[in-house]
Design a protein around this ligand. Structure first.
Ligand code: SF4
Length: 340
């Protein structure tokens, strides 16, 4: 197979609510290749998680995919029957959710839960499924995995429960893991352990990872490429080092400036982005970020014309550094554009 394993084109997902239509994902396009880690960052409500759930048919009611394509190994998951999407979920594409306690069944042993994930997709005897479960637990660093097959979730710490979730995601050797805030509920040292387990698995098996997070430090350490989302749209994308080193969108600059850094002078205040993310029922016209943007030129062009992500070369977006800003180049180079 040539080209990216997953290609998403102009994906749009909305929710019909009493307050109006919430455009949670509004024209998102990207690709992901085998073995790649693509990070998706943005504030809460930027559409990261709904976008990820749209890829695998898990948009909660009353949401629906309005248009776009999700090409997985050439098949469009938006158009194939739902049973086909269900059959590849867990087998080819697995998900690790944020909170392992609410994702695991408290009254079933972890061994049984992981083995169920095997039995759902493979015709193997139960004992063989249990053997695979023990292997997966060993792969994520759970000590004495055979003994722990009979443990219940409450007998594990938070970090160990998240390892169980990763073992469940891995047990069928998927090609892609969608990790939605996989370490948010964990303390920093456990977070590092869990991420190193994921990275080690990626290197060993070639599994790609779509890492949804609001933690820029995490994506800096893990992701090859980055998508920055705002108001349901991708506003900047590129190689992680490029985006961090030469951000082209004021929103990305704002996220970076609000990050605590060891190389800043002691006592220097963090600079949060002014204002709040917009309601997705009434996204501002033109550039959705203009009411908060220190560089906005209003009314035109920032409040009148919607900027497009520049430099789109086609289905494979791996090498471009695109930004949806009328002044992206001036902002990247610092030439001739001061905050308004
Ligand atoms: Fe700011 Fe205008 Fe760029 Fe939007 S288009 S990010 S408002 S400068």
């Amino acid at each position: 197979m040539t080209g990216p394993m997953l290609v998403v084109r102009d994906l749009r997902t909305s929710f019909r609510t009493s307050g109006g239509v919430v455009k949670a994902v509004d024209g998102v396009s990207f690709g992901i290749d085998r073995g790649e880690v693509v990070g998706v960052v943005g504030e809460s409500g930027s559409g990261k998680s709904v976008m990820a759930m749209s890829l695998i048919g898990l948009v909660p009611e009353p949401g629906r995919i309005d248009s776009g394509r999700v090409l997985w190994k050439g098949r469009d998951l938006v158009r194939v029957p739902q049973r086909e999407v269900r059959s590849l979920r867990g087998r080819e594409i697995a998900v690790v959710f944020q909170d392992p306690m609410s994702s695991l069944n408290p009254v079933q042993t972890v061994g049984r839960q992981i083995a169920e994930a095997v039995l759902l997709h493979r015709r193997v005897p139960r004992q063989a499924a249990m053997d695979r479960a023990a292997d997966a637990m060993a792969a994520v660093g759970i000590p004495s995995p055979r003994r722990h097959l009979a443990s219940y979730p409450h007998e594990f710490s938070g970090g160990m429960r998240q390892r169980v979730m990763i073992a469940m995601a891995l047990v069928n050797e998927p090609d892609l893991i969608i990790a939605d805030e996989p370490t948010t509920a964990l303390d920093v040292t456990i977070q590092a352990q869990v991420m190193s387990v994921l990275d080690e698995i990626r290197q060993r098996t070639g599994t790609a990872i779509l890492l949804i997070t609001h933690d820029l430090g995490l994506v800096a350490a893990m992701a090859d490429r980055l998508l920055v989302m705002y108001a349901g749209r991708v506003v900047e994308e590129g190689a992680t080092s490029e985006v961090f080193g030469r951000a082209r969108h004021p929103y990305t600059l704002g996220l970076l400036a609000s990050l605590p850094r060891a190389d800043r002078p002691a006592g220097e205040r963090l600079r949060p982005i002014a204002g709040n993310p917009p309601s997705l029922v009434a996204v501002p016209p033109g550039c959705a970020f203009h009411p908060r943007c220190p560089y906005a030129r209003t009314p035109a062009p920032c409040a009148t014309d919607e900027p497009v992500l520049d430099g789109w070369p086609g289905g494979d977006s791996r090498v471009r550094h695109g930004a949806a800003c009328h002044f992206a180049d001036e902002i990247a180079t610092g030439a001739g554009l001061a905050p308004a």
